[in-house]
Design a protein around this ligand. Structure first.
Ligand code: 4AD
Ligand code: MG
Length: 482
């Protein structure tokens, strides 16, 4: 059975075919617009009403599933090459028009919030069909990129006993009965009696396990779900998101930045080439949406131009120290327009600062590197102290217009003693991560990696503005519906 995407590209033919899909509209008892999800476009199916029973015609309603048999003929209408001259229509499953009216399947503009409330139906709209096809294409492009470069995919655990980021933002996993928790003598919960015999949680990152695999397979990547119990109710945060984490033995921070930049450009180029129709549609959608925004909040470029801009330009590489100087003397800092005023070196950057650097100052993607050791994770490679005696680590974050941080990565601390010391001072339990430390005893070499938040990439490529609209069933604080 051919899908509509392929049929719309083919030539007229006398060969009889059957197409199955869902009715998007039915006009004048004659024209069925049929969609099967394979592309944005509908196949126009033309029937002669005289040849069909009234009872059947009455069942050809929006959202009903039908099978249409006929031949592909040159289209008389504009906009498509071919249409289906139908000889037979079979209603496979009806849809009651009164029920349809109450849902986002009804043919009118629905706001994104309503669409989120009907996440089980929204993929049948043009916008979400397009977004989810682009998402699937990007996912394929990620695997293709790494596989072609000789990376091995490593399946790192989802259930784990460790906190890879040391940030304490984990979802606990337990089979203990909350109404009857086994207690130790001091009143604390006795996790020895829990399923894993210890406290466990959902993973926040597969990095630490991936590092062990990079030391054996040389270059690996993970692509899996990650979970963060951070209470950030923003348009950029999910409690469950998908992350891609390559890890490469012998790569230093420069190599890491090169890899990340090349990778991002490759997958964006793939989507532009393979999802041209959907991206065109999303560009128009965005332009419509932007009309209702104040001028200052509109994005400076149409979607495709923005994507091409990223492909054509080098990401600007700037050290944290330079960035702080720029921010300190920036207008919004001096005029106290930032919510967090940058006073001195060492300050953590908020998304308002990142976006200022990218959108106002450099006006292109930016890679910030060499962050203060204090504000970054324990596993990052310590630099020599700078002239002022300040400690930095070989971290790098990639910041994108409209998105903020899209990638976080680093060269890893490969020296046993330095890492042990760092874990101690940052309170990372050695009993938990003894294996991570022990790796540093056996041929421990320079290595680097990064994590790309897949949904942030999909946001960028689709031009959507809320991360809840680029994952099928978003999980956010207070919401795990569906
Ligand atoms: O910067 P993060 O926390 O880095 C790590 O997890 C490292 N272990 C990665 C590595 O070096 N292997 O997260 C990486 C990326 C962020 O840049 C962001 O794109 C995304 O993951 N991310 C989120 N995306 C959606 N919702 C959230 N709550 C996210 N938290 C991080
Ligand atoms: Mg980060």
């Amino acid at each position: 059975m051919k899908r509509i995407a392929a049929l719309l590209q083919s030539d007229p033919s006398l060969h009889e075919i059957t197409v199955r899909g869902w009715v998007r509209s039915f006009r004048n008892d004659r024209f069925i617009a049929l969609n099967d999800g394979s592309c944005l476009g509908n196949l126009q199916c033309v029937i002669e009403p005289e040849n069909f029973e009234r009872e059947l015609l009455d069942q050809i309603n929006i959202a009903a599933a039908v099978a249409v048999t006929g031949t592909l003929v040159e289209s008389e209408g504009s906009g498509q090459r071919v249409e289906l001259q139908a000889s037979k229509v079979k209603v496979l499953a009806p849809a009651d028009p009164e029920d349809v009216k109450k849902t986002v399947l009804s043919p009118k503009r629905h706001n994104l919030e309503t669409l989120r409330e009907q996440a089980h139906l929204r993929v049948r709209t043009n916008t979400f069909g397009a977004v989810m096809r682009v998402r699937a294409a990007l996912s394929f492009a990620v695997h293709r990129y790494f596989q072609e470069k000789g990376f091995y995919q490593a399946h790192t655990p989802i259930l784990t006993g460790s906190d890879a980021e040391g940030a304490g933002e984990m979802f606990r996993v337990s089979t203990l009965d909350p109404k009857n928790m086994p207690l130790n003598e001091d009143g604390s919960v006795d996790y020895k009696q829990d399923f894993f015999g210890k406290e466990s949680n959902l993973t926040v990152s597969g990095q630490l396990e991936a590092e062990t695999y990079a030391m054996g397979l040389g270059q690996v990547y993970t692509f899996g779900p990650t979970f963060r119990a951070e209470n950030s109710n923003t348009s950029r945060h999910l409690a469950e998101f998908w992350m891609i984490e390559p890890e490469v033995a012998f790569n230093d921070l420069q190599d890491n930045m090169d890899l990340a930049e090349d990778f991002i450009k490759d997958v964006i180029a793939y989507a532009m080439k393979n999802c041209a129709e959907d991206i065109e549609f999303l560009e128009n959608r965005l332009q419509q949406e932007e009309k209702s925004k104040p001028e200052a909040d509109r994005s400076p470029m149409p979607l495709k131009e923005k994507l091409e801009f990223v492909l054509k330009n080098h990401f600007k590489r700037v050290s944290y120290t330079e960035a702080i100087e720029i921010l300190k003397s920036s207008k919004p800092n001096k005029k106290k327009k930032f919510n967090y005023i940058i006073e001195e070196w060492g300050a953590d950057l908020q998304s308002e600062h990142e976006r200022f650097l990218v959108e106002k100052h450099f006006k292109c993607p930016v890679i910030l590197f060499d962050y203060p050791a204090k504000i970054k994770a324990f596993y990052m490679r310590l630099n020599e102290k700078d002239k002022e005696g300040r400690e930095t680590v070989r971290a790098m974050d990639i910041l994108f217009p409209g998105i903020g941080e899209i990638v976080g990565g680093s060269q890893r601390e490969e020296r046993y003693d330095v890492l042990k010391q760092k874990m101690e001072t940052m309170g990372i339990p050695e009993e938990e991560l003894w294996w991570y430390l022990e790796m540093r005893k056996f041929g421990s070499v320079t290595h680097s990696g990064f994590g790309l938040g897949f949904e942030r990439l999909v946001l960028f490529v689709t031009g959507m503005t809320n991360i809840r609209d680029v994952i099928p069933f978003p999980r956010t604080p207070g919401n795990a519906a569906f």
